[in-house]
Design a protein around this ligand. Structure first.
Ligand code: AMP
Ligand code: TRP
Length: 333
């Protein structure tokens, strides 16, 4: 049976290899399966949970659309739209925030990480953002949600919210309880500078990540400078638990070449890192350079990108507005 897919990416700039291998690559495979109905959302309402420059935000929204298309998502097959264009997302989030419990949200580790030491100064939106994410998903009766490993907890919360809504209002199966689609391996790509930290858009050092807009020279340079350890390449997969940088680089290589981590370890066992890094750069350039070129080309045609969003908003609105009307009836409005 075909799946109903929904996923979102924040337009906060610097989309990187972690976004690609953890999420977007999966979107493309799902989009290519004709049995699936896919919706990919540029979640601009989520982006403003942290202060954004309005001009940059607008550019980043276009860049996210360009990245989707350059990576291989076909806007004729999948709906691509921006969240703020469909009012039902914010409306649904309010209603669901009256279903979700404080205790549930208090457990969210991403809030703790993003809010940092001074929680009192974090926006309320940053705290309640997983409820908005639940609204995104539940409005479209999504059966499957492809995300990277860091979103697992938010998806569990979404499932809890859907179940509580269905129970509280005695509407069995009204809100579809979605399944996460998280890759078993390589679902968390780490920083090139620190194998214990997630590769992230917000990391200060650009050398910590491969951006999807990087050119060949930048990619080669970043891999050359990527942190390793003084030993030669691991001979046994067990060593990787203690050699996080080697684990991450071998993971990236395996994901790019669609091979098992064990095979990659065997391939390079005992060799110098420099030899491995050359091969890794080659794979990265082959994969990322065409995407990077295409993003740059698409960014030159703002009207095309805006038209895709407008069409997407129209299609998404047809689905979401029906669902929110039913939700309001059920609640008693
Ligand atoms: P975001 O840019 O935070 O909106 O994330 C978009 C998608 O990329 C989500 O599905 C994330 O789980 C995924 N993602 C972000 N960073 C990483 C990473 N370092 N490794 C794997 N997946 C990631
Ligand atoms: N919270 C997700 C992130 O930061 C983005 C997101 C928003 C999302 N709404 C979603 C992902 C719905 C999947 C489904 O990466």
């Amino acid at each position: 049976m075909g799946k109903k897919i929904f996923s979102g990416v924040q337009p906060t700039g610097n989309l990187h290899l972690g976004n690609y291998l953890g999420a977007i690559k999966n979107f493309v495979d799902l989009n290519n399966d004709n049995d699936n109905k896919c919706i990919f959302c540029v979640v601009d309402l989520h982006a403003i949970t942290i202060k954004q420059d309005p001009k940059e935000l607008k550019n980043n929204i276009r860049e996210t659309v360009a990245t989707f298309i350059a990576s291989g998502i076909d806007p004729k097959k999948s709906i691509i739209f921006n969240q703020s264009g469909v009012a039902a997302h914010a409306e649904g989030a309010w209603i669901l925030s009256c279903i979700a419990r404080m205790g549930w949200l208090n457990r969210m580790t991403q809030f703790k990480e993003k809010a940092g030491k001074d929680k009192e100064k974090a926006s309320i939106g940053l705290y309640s953002y997983p409820v908005l994410m639940a609204s995104d998903i539940l409005l479209y009766d999504a059966t499957h949600v492809p995300v990277g490993d860091d979103q697992k907890q938010h998806l569990e919360l979404c499932r809890d919210i859907a179940q509580k809504f269905n129970n509280d209002f005695e509407v069995e199966n009204f809100l579809q309880v979605p399944e996460p689609l998280i890759q078993k391996e390589f679902s968390r790509i780490m920083s090139l500078k620190d194998g214990s930290k997630k590769m992230s858009k917000s990391e200060l050092s650009d050398l910590s990540r491969i951006n999807l807009t990087d050119d060949k020279d930048q990619i080669i340079n970043k891999i050359k400078k990527a942190k390793t350890d003084p030993l030669s390449m691991p001979k046994d997969i067990k060593e990787l638990d203690k050699r996080l940088e080697a684990k991450n680089l071998l993971g990236i290589y395996s994901s790019l070449t669609n091979s098992k981590l064990q095979n990659s370890v065997t391939n390079f066992a005992g060799k110098n890192f420099s030899e491995f890094k050359e091969k890794l750069s080659e794979e990265l350039v082959n994969k990322i350079e065409p995407i990077s070129n295409e993003i740059k080309k698409l960014l030159g045609d703002e009207r095309y990108l805006d038209k895709i969003l407008l069409d997407g908003v129209e299609k998404a609105n047809l689905i979401a507005s029906k669902k929110i009307e039913r939700i309001k009836e059920i609640v008693g409005f």
